[in-house]
Write a protein that binds this ligand. Sequence first.
Ligand code: ATP
Length: 424
Amino acid sequence: MKKVNASIITIGDELLIGQTIDTNSAFIAQELNKVGIWVRRRIAVGDVFDDIWKALDEETAASEIVIVTGGLGPTADDITKPLLCQYFGGRLVENEEVLKHIIYLFETIYRRPGPLLDRNRKQAEVPDTCAVLMNERGTAPGMWFTKEVNGIKRIVVSLPGVPFEMKGLIEKQVILRLITEFQTPVILHRTLLTVGVGESMLAEKIKDWEENLPAHIKLAYLPHYGMVRLRLTSLGNEKKGLEEEIGRLFSELKELVKEWLVIDEDLTLPQVVAKLLLKKNQTVGTAESCTGGYIAHLVSRDPGSSNTYKGSVISYDNQVKLELLKVNKETLDTVGAVSEEVVKQMAATALELLKTDYVITTSGILGPDGGTEQKPVGLIWIAIGSKNGIRANHFNFRFDRIRNMEQAAIVALEMLRKEMVKGE
Ligand code: ATP
């Protein structure tokens, strides 16, 4: 089956200067990939008429599908709509349904007093050469254009830049339309997560197996903070046969990496921990110093986390450690906050206060300042407490502040996971 190619063009000066990180194209690429559409190019261009025009010329010549985000708003720098109108011929006409929706948003949702501004009314104008994609989440509608280039039909979809609005349109309309428009191949993924092994070591271990993979099956190594995800991707036409084949190869892979295998699903470490807690009907809480609530954020960000996460004490300052977590003043004065004794005392009180089955506690020096010869930047103590006792460990990270924090959180969650599966 022929590959269906897509290009993604993201528009905005803010993307080029790094003020906004282009998350739109990553999301769109993932959604296209799920339905077997191959993203061959992702490009970012500024709010410059000629640059956008050139990008459209180049991408419509190369791909059957071109998805554009940004530049649809009511301000002067939003030039995408008039440009598309010119590019595809035709003229701007007011769309009644879009106008009704904009009035509804301003009157009922935003509760903006006074008459609709002209610039907002203009958002209801769309080129008469496109099909309108109603944007339930905002004022700027999506636009669907078709064009023939070299005798082949091309589709250009223009979407708002606001990620929440773009996502709604992609999930609810664009993908559904694309899969009815194109015959796409089947793409299957199987992902597992390993911890405690580097990618080179993994590659060595599975070398022979990897060499014998059929050409339509690809293996990706996705390392991230001491974890490596391995993803098998299979591309073809016939779903049942592909499923059987990838299933067999995935089982072989799991067997080869079993000593480091954490889970054979595409889950993050916080999700793995939550799944284990749920299975055992247990809960976790945190008492965080240097990580400042970051672990709490990780364990509370997925839906359903209230079943397994109960709460936290953010004891960033020693006063909070003393008063809320009942850390001994003498201990603080003698060995200091970044110590085994302190993270263990924090854990003992947190278990009582939070009434959870497990607690995670942290205390460390993330940097860039605050290090000493005995306690350098990057030194972090972490404790895991449960009814089976309190265990602490220390680590010496060598990264910048944010990465030290992220690494500490991952290591802490992995300590908790190990504690939970001990003896299983
Ligand atoms: P609006 O109607 O709000 O003006 P728009 O379609 O004109 O939307 P932009 O003005 O380009 O879009 O961007 C709106 C917001 O969305 C900005 O805050 C911008 O930072 C964010 N944004 C734009 N493009 C991207 C992108 N590719 N990835 C992530 N965020 C983006």
